[in-house]
Design a protein around this ligand. Structure first.
Ligand SMILES: Cc1cc2nc3c(=O)[nH]c(=O)nc-3n(C[C@H](O)[C@H](O)[C@H](O)COP(=O)(O)OP(=O)(O)OC[C@H]3O[C@@H](n4cnc5c(N)ncnc54)[C@H](O)[C@@H]3O)c2cc1C
Ligand SMILES: NC(=O)c1ccc[n+]([C@@H]2O[C@H](COP(=O)([O-])OP(=O)(O)OC[C@H]3O[C@@H](n4cnc5c(N)ncnc54)[C@H](OP(=O)(O)O)[C@@H]3O)[C@@H](O)[C@H]2O)c1
Length: 455
């Protein structure tokens, strides 16, 4: 298994195309005019301006309004939710997978109230917010909590630890910042590249050919106005794979969807029982971290399509525009005759014509909708911390305390890396709320603070 350079995971530059220069230039001007001064010290540094970082700060300000002005958020985009908006736009996603009760405002009904008069933008069956509605709601949340100008438009490239009142040092291209507390909200891991795909990309890079292989996080449908007549192989049975397949067919492509299991249909990533005490109570009662990890894995059970998307794909397959290759796994892909030559194994027995042997297909492009890898040992901001203050890792997930602190430190971890405490929805919007409920008391109540680190 492989991952592609970390910088890609925050900058999301696309090998399949870039946004227009003018809009980027205007955005840079806007960021520069709103940018707060670069501080020497911070009481609280948040790394990542995605939905999880936003959720944490709205909850924190609700509890302790006097903390306003005492924190800054680092994100290279200089904007709230830029990666979120880009990924929805790049895959042309019409509405969220999660219901309207999941959003970054502390008031559970805030999005429903915001949607008054716009009910047609709440999609069945469970009021799934339309993409534009959700984005506009988030903009209103940012404005309501006056969080527009707390973002520093820089990546954090290193995080080191010393002692004293401001033990953390954040290393960014703009300089060093000392922080008393840090919240890590950098998203759900790094794009996952299977080994064969890493090899294929390397070969393509060395040969200088125009071969194309990209992870789903790099594919931007907006930059591909026509794919007329192209054959595209998409790997993976998650919703990104489904949206990209639909987008490719809309542009005239024929798609082969290859999954290593059968295609699964689920409304949400995990059973809704994981969004409340029904399953979370038993999860919290489990004291064996490895069993908790298994519970998370079993609850998500790999990738799945929503019924809506799978129905559309099946319809297209009847028209010959989508071909399902289930229980199949690529062995190798090489570039020849101006297209990818793909050898794959048939893993199950549902396709007698492929059973028991090597099979072959061709494609002009390969898109890897293979999800992401969550591993604290690979996270560049945790490596030095893990050396000086090692945390137990369970298949890459750190064992945090109940307030999601790295053991002994005022370093809070949100998102998928906090799943051993929060459960299978940790990386989703709902996970942001769960994380806020754990982290905010530890920041707001002095009695819960850890003692300062001694030299
Ligand atoms: C296409 C798609 C659709 C999804 N739809 C849903 C949905 O409908 N409902 C749902 O609940 N979940 C959905 N998810 C899951 C979704 O990723 C999360 O809900 C959400 O994005 C997680 O928020 P986050 O803040 O943890 O991560 P992100 O949105 O990834 O934000 C992380 C931020 O951290 C920044 N960052 C990263 N590294 C650094 C660094 N070193 N320094 C500074 N900044 C850094 C990034 O620039 C980014 O802005 C979807 C995921 C995908 C891929
Ligand atoms: N709001 C929306 O409309 C929307 C759109 C897109 C994504 N999302 C959300 O975003 C999150 C990520 O979705 P995603 O589709 O990008 O990823 P995902 O749900 O993690 O799915 C990844 C898929 O890749 C497969 N895979 C992983 N490694 C593989 C390998 N080496 N070889 C072959 N297949 C491999 C997995 O197979 P297995 O199933 O066998 O493990 C899985 O089917 C999910 O929470 C999803 O709900 C939401």
């Amino acid at each position: 298994m492989g991952t592609i350079g970390y910088s890609q995971s925050y900058s999301q530059t696309s090998s399949e195309g870039d946004s227009s220069f003018i809009s980027q230039f205007c955005q840079s001007i806007r960021i520069l005019t709103l940018m707060p001064a670069f501080p020497a010290t911070l009481k609280l540094a948040v790394i990542g301006a995605g939905p999880q970082g936003l959720t944490l700060l709205t909850h924190l300000l609700q509890k302790r309004p006097q903390l306003r002005g005492q924190f800054r958020v680092f994100d290279p985009s200089g904007q709230w939710m830029q990666r979120w908006r880009e990924q929805f736009a790049a895959q042309e996603i019409e509405h969220l997978r999660s219901p309207a009760v999941h959003h970054p405002d502390p008031h559970p009904g805030a999005l429903r109230n915001f949607a008054e008069g716009r009910e047609s933008e709440l999609y069945p069956p469970y009021a799934l917010p339309g993409t534009q509605l959700f984005n506009e709601h988030c903009a209103a949340v940012i404005q309501r909590w006056q969080l527009e100008d707390c973002i520093l438009p820089h990546p954090v490239e290193g995080l080191t630890l010393s002692s004293g009142r401001f033990p953390f040092t954040l290393h960014s291209p703009a300089g060093l910042v000392k922080a008393r507390r840090v919240i890590l909200a950098t998203g759900s891991g790094q794009p996952h590249w299977p080994d064969w795909a890493v090899r294929a990309q390397l070969e393509h890079f060395l040969s200088g050919s125009d071969a194309r292989i990209a992870h789903s996080s790099q594919v931007d449908l907006r930059q591909l106005p026509s794919l007329q007549g192209e054959q595209i192989l998409i790997i993976g049975g998650g919703l990104s794979s489904g949206h990209l397949a639909l987008g490719a067919v809309r542009r005239g492509a024929r798609v082969t969807l290859m999954t290593r299991r059968n295609c699964r249909e689920k409304l949400f990533d995990a059973d809704p029982g994981w969004l409340g005490p029904k399953y979370l109570k038993g999860f919290a009662a489990e004291t064996d971290w490895y069993k908790r990890w298994q519970m998370i894995r079993d609850a998500r059970d790999g990738g799945s399509f929503t019924p809506e998307v799978l129905t559309k794909l099946r319809r297209l397959s009847r028209d010959g525009k989508v071909q399902f290759l289930e229980y199949c796994q690529v062995k190798q892909a090489t570039w020849g005759d101006n297209q990818w030559q793909i050898e794959f194994d048939e893993l199950g027995s549902n396709k007698p014509e492929l059973a028991g042997g090597n099979a072959h297909c061709t494609a002009k492009r390969i898109w890897l909708a293979t999800g992401s890898t969550l591993d604290a040992a690979q996270h560049p901001l945790l490596q030095s911390i893990q050396q000086s203050h090692p945390a137990e890792l369970v298949n890459g997930l750190p064992v945090l305390d109940q307030h999601l602190r790295w053991p002994g430190l005022e370093l809070f971890v949100s998102g998928g890396l906090a799943a051993l405490q929060l459960g299978p929805a940790a990386r989703n919007l709902f996970g942001g709320r769960l994380a806020a409920e754990r982290i905010v008391p530890a920041i707001a109540k002095p009695s819960l603070a850890l003692p300062a680190l001694s030299p």
